[in-house]
Design a binder for this molecule. Sequence first.
Ligand code: CA
Ligand code: CA
Length: 101
Amino acid sequence: MKKIILFTLSLVFVASSVFAAKVPGTFKRNDADKNGLLTKEEYVAARIDGSRDWFIKQGHGIDAYNAKFPEPEKQFAADFEKWDSNGDGSVDVTEWLNKGK
Ligand SMILES: [Ca+2]
Ligand SMILES: [Ca+2]
């Protein structure tokens, strides 16, 4: 019985690591409700937080961020719309992986 449980557990582990390898970390972090789809709101919010943090961490400061992204919502939403190739309003993992191609 113990063996069967261990075997099942290792199968679950293998299956989940295969799945994890397919979904990029950035996608997962941006997917706030973890439903496997990025909405424009989730993406724009995560991108604003992420870029602000990056500018501050790099020592450029918030003024540099504001200069680079005077209208962050608009600018990040425009990227998002390019990636949503089937136009359903959300970006799935496949669309995410194909962005910039
Ligand atoms: Ca989501
Ligand atoms: Ca889509």
